[in-house]
Design a protein around this ligand. Structure first.
Ligand SMILES: NC(=O)c1ccc[n+]([C@@H]2O[C@H](COP(=O)([O-])OP(=O)(O)OC[C@H]3O[C@@H](n4cnc5c(N)ncnc54)[C@H](O)[C@@H]3O)[C@@H](O)[C@H]2O)c1
Length: 275
């Protein structure tokens, strides 16, 4: 192996990132852009998507911001059309849109028995259906091209569910399972050069979990937040940039024989039994 540079070269590749304006995915978008990829930031929040694309362009890279609701197929198709118009092809899809909500979370005054089905469905749809739909639309383009990389965003909850968040845990388990299914399907039915993997971030303090991990008034760690740090051998929450190296590896030619895996980026959380 002489040419190590080309192993991790993603220059000129077109990367679409759903939920791209969010905390974790905006770091992924900037990381891919810094590595020379052309970025399409897709987000329900149009202004935030355009703002991030402007920031990336201001840094001398290439990006476009587009409105997209990952739960609405015509919206995803319109975004795909716009990406094709802007860049002519799609090499990478990062299915980043996802999240949890308090209404689907148990607490002393909201028992499991009373969780509303519509809140559970909301969480399941956003994480699972919101991964499946863009995979259908952009996967079809990859099948035509006979190449491409899909990266899903799973979670620690997919390996073993965390307390209090049954819908989010089940939905992310479905995302991990779907990652394996789609990897096999794309390789067997369309092209072995279409790869599908997932990243499972450990614990990153963001808007979706701040209400569970820190006290709203004081900002101090809740006992849940303390428990998480106690179970993370590296002793800290992740920072969004911690995800970039793994992402670059998975999308680059260096991972050419890697498909159907879920990579934890978790400071050792999933390896630690607690004893
Ligand atoms: N924060 C964590 O610790 C953590 C851990 C594991 C996994 N994750 C996963 O990482 C991903 C990103 O999480 P984050 O913490 O950066 O969240 P975030 O809330 O900061 O970002 C999510 C983004 O998705 C967008 N979005 C929401 N609904 C959408 C829709 N229907 N269509 C298109 N875009 C939509 C939002 O506007 C937002 O910009 C999610 O899949 C999340 O479940 C987060």
């Amino acid at each position: 192996m002489d040419d190590l540079d080309s192993l991790f070269n993603v220059r000129g590749q077109v990367a679409v990132i759903t939920g791209g304006a969010g905390v974790l995915c905006s770091a992924m978008a900037k990381g891919l852009a810094a590595a020379g990829a052309k970025i399409a930031v897709l987000d329900l929040a149009r202004e935030a998507a355009c703002k991030l694309a402007d920031e990336i362009k201001a840094a001398g890279r290439t990006a476009v911001g587009l409105p997209c609701n990952v739960l609405d197929r015509p919206s995803v198709e319109a975004a795909a059309e716009a990406v094709l118009q802007a860049f002519g092809r799609v090499d990478v899809l990062v299915n980043g849109a996802g999240g949890n909500k308090p209404q689907a979370t148990t607490s002393p005054d909201k028992r499991f028995f009373d969780l509303p089905a519509d809140a559970v469905q909301w969480v399941f749809n956003l994480n699972f259906v919101g991964t499946l739909l863009p995979s259908q639309v952009f996967g079809r383009l990859m099948a035509r091209q006979q190449s491409g990389v899909i990266i899903n965003v799973s979670s620690m909850n997919a390996f073993r569910p965390l307390t209090r968040i049954p819908a989010y845990s089940a939905a992310k388990a479905a995302v991990s399972n779907f990652t394996q299914w789609l990897a096999v399907h794309m390789a067997q039915e369309y092209s072995p050069a279409i790869r599908v993997n997932a990243i499972a971030p450990g614990f990153f303090l963001t808007e979706q979990n701040r209400f569970l991990l820190t006290d709203a008034d004081t900002g101090a760690l809740t006992s849940r937040g303390q428990q998480i740090i106690g179970h993370t051998p590296q002793g800290r929450f992740g920072t969004p940039d911690d995800l970039v190296g793994t992402l670059l590896w998975l999308v680059s030619p260096g991972a050419g024989f890697v498909t159907g895996i879920v990579v934890p980026v978790d400071g050792g959380f999933s390896a630690y039994s607690g004893v």
